[in-house]
Design a protein around this ligand. Structure first.
Ligand code: NAI
Length: 345
């Protein structure tokens, strides 16, 4: 029995996590993987339940205790209000490495074929420090500052994480995107640490791209990239850009990894524009669930088998293309797509 913390989240979160859990449980029944989902609140849901914090201590404690979580997206107010739950969660649990595999799926037609790259994002520093000040508040002449933090320890840690990931998965190249021509100290430190760490991995090629030119190359010819190593903000932006290369946010999973704990979640947000309509694509959360099962598979061979079963099921349903959600060009509801996946297991 695996005890997994489940954070349904906001907006489409409960719809897509609910669907993903149905598929994971069905695959578990067939392969002998038992999951006890421990539902914990975060975001608006936490406030609705009467907690006085969007990231209640009870949720943090549960993740720290059980070590693994599957998380739905959480809404963050724009330009005001509380600090992002995601930023807090990643910092408080020291989930320093985000891993986001971006791959073409045969049943999802896009401009490109054979895209197969992995984004490794530093999750704890950069402009997401949340340290912002209004230094002049005169109406019409306001001036604010946002502090970008880069430490040698965190930069080395994420570089080592990216190279270890690349070596384990027999990846050939790690490319850092940066803007060290302008942010000479912060991005300069990030690439200096990356280049130093790279020396310990002579089997993996290493290169650096200035991010603006890197973006142009990504949209022209993504197949030239393998593992992308990025500081926090660049990792956030490039993740969505790369999702666009392979069919959108509905098909890109992710994980947030620390030394003790792992939280699996899709790249996408709470999609308020389609929340409650039953049309969201649950695949990105389900694929994050597959990453979670593979993580559990390090100690439970049945979990790896369940992951494989789910992969075969979604590839078959996508290839058939009769029951897919709106974002993938179909008309199926979240529930109908989920039923089709379960039938295919
Ligand atoms: P978003 O990712 O929620 O939505 C962007 C677009 O993609 C929308 O048109 C949406 O309908 C579509 N989309 C996203 N996921 C989809 C899915 N599974 N199926 C079908 N279509 C999907 O990004 P947006 O609108 O910028 O952010 C909304 C909220 O989500 C914000 O409050 C933001 O802070 C939060 N957010 C939370 C994240 C997390 O919890 N990990 C990550 C990104 C954003």
């Amino acid at each position: 029995m695996h005890k997994i913390v489940l954070i349904p989240g906001d907006g489409i979160g409960p719809e897509v996590t609910g669907a993903a859990c149905r598929v994971i449980d069905a695959a578990g029944t067939k392969t002998g993987v038992n999951i006890d989902w421990i539902k914990c609140p975060a975001g608006a849901e936490a406030l609705q339940q009467g907690h006085d914090d969007v990231l209640p201590q009870v949720t943090l404690d549960a993740i720290a205790e059980h070590k693994v979580a599957l998380k739905g997206p959480v809404t963050t107010p724009i330009g005001k209000g509380f600090t992002s739950v995601n930023v807090q969660l990643r910092k408080k649990l020291n989930l320093y490495g985000a891993v986001r595999p971006v791959r073409n799926l045969s049943g999802v037609k896009t401009r490109f074929t054979d895209v197969d790259l992995v984004i490794v994002r530093e999750n704890t520093e950069g402009l997401y420090s949340g340290i912002e000040n209004e230094i002049v508040s005169t109406p019409g002449a306001s001036v604010v500052t946002s502090l970008k933090i880069a430490s040698e320890a965190a930069s080395r840690r994420i570089a080592k994480f990216a190279f270890e990931y690349a070596r384990e998965r027999e990846r050939k190249r790690v490319t850092v995107f940066h803007k060290a021509n302008i942010m000479k100290l912060s991005d300069g430190l990030f690439i200096r640490c990356s280049a130093e760490v790279a020396k310990a991995y002579p089997d993996i090629a290493y290169d650096e791209r200035i991010i603006d030119a890197g973006c142009m190359k990504l949209v022209q010819d993504p197949n030239q990239f393998d593992v992308l190593l990025l500081e926090n903000l660049y990792g956030d932006v490039i993740s969505d850009l790369c999702a666009g290369l392979v069919g959108g946010l509905g098909v890109v999973p992710g994980s947030n990894i620390g030394d003790e704990v792992a939280v699996f979640e899709a790249v996408h947000g709470s999609a308020p524009d389609i929340a409650g309509q039953g049309v969201a694509n649950p695949l990105a959360v389900l694929m994050s669930g597959v990453m979670m099962l593979n993580h559990l598979g390090e100690t439970d061979a049945n979990a790896k088998q369940a992951a494989e079963k789910i992969k075969h099921a979604y590839n078959a349903v996508l290839d058939e293309h009769t029951t897919v959600t709106r974002d993938l060009g179909g008309t199926a509801s979240t529930a109908a797509f989920t039923d089709a996946l379960i039938q295919r297991l």
